[in-house]
Ligand binder design. Structure first.
Ligand code: HEC
Length: 145
């Protein structure tokens, strides 16, 4: 290894440790979600869940969302949306447009305070289609607070 390569290796190691520190306990291992069959939504975020009833493939959206939730959200928010206490219980998320707004805010921006990642920016790892499917699944689990 010449000087140049050693420097590069050190730099790479440094960069790696800094990025893993920054991610902290909000570490994300994105899981591929198969959204085939659901309408494609493009890049720009919609304001309202497009897969809500009477969407013709509502049931498909619930199934896709259920598995996407299990793979990407359940480790913090609990299996089947029943929180074990680490993160809010998403069954209480308001249905309809009002809840969509808050849902969208969180999945896009995550929750970061004083540099600590409480919730990662899920939209950086998952498609809009997958995330609205998760929202559709969550609405079937809704219970009043
Ligand atoms: C690393 C853990 C973690 C993962 C993974 C995670 N969340 Fe969260 N989420 C949290 C925490 C912690 C909060 C509370 C944030 C706060 O206190 O501000 C939260 C808050 C939320 C909220 C706001 C709830 C409320 O009542 O205010 C929504 C909506 C949400 N998460 C959706 C999701 C969805 C959907 C996924 C998967 C696509 C997901 N989260 C993945 C930890 C996580």
């Amino acid at each position: 290894m010449n000087k140049h390569n050693i420097w590069r290796a050190l730099l790479a190691a440094g960069v790696l440790s800094i990025s893993s520190l920054a991610v902290g306990h909000g570490d994300v291992t994105p899981q591929a979600v198969d959204t085939q069959g659901l309408d494609s939504l493009g890049e720009a975020w919609l304001d309202e869940n497009p897969y809500r009833e009477p969407y013709e493939k509502h049931d498909l959206a619930v199934r896709v969302g259920s598995s996407a939730y299990a793979q990407n959200c359940a480790r913090c928010h609990g299996l089947d949306a029943i929180s074990g206490g680490i993160a809010p219980d998403l069954r209480h998320l308001e249905p309809g447009l009002d809840g969509d707004d808050w849902y969208k805010e969180r999945v896009i921006n995550g929750a970061v305070r004083n540099g600590a990642v409480y919730m990662p920016k899920m939209a950086e790892h998952m498609s809009q289609e997958a995330l609205w499917a998760v929202r559709t699944f969550l609405e079937t689990k809704y219970i009043e607070e």
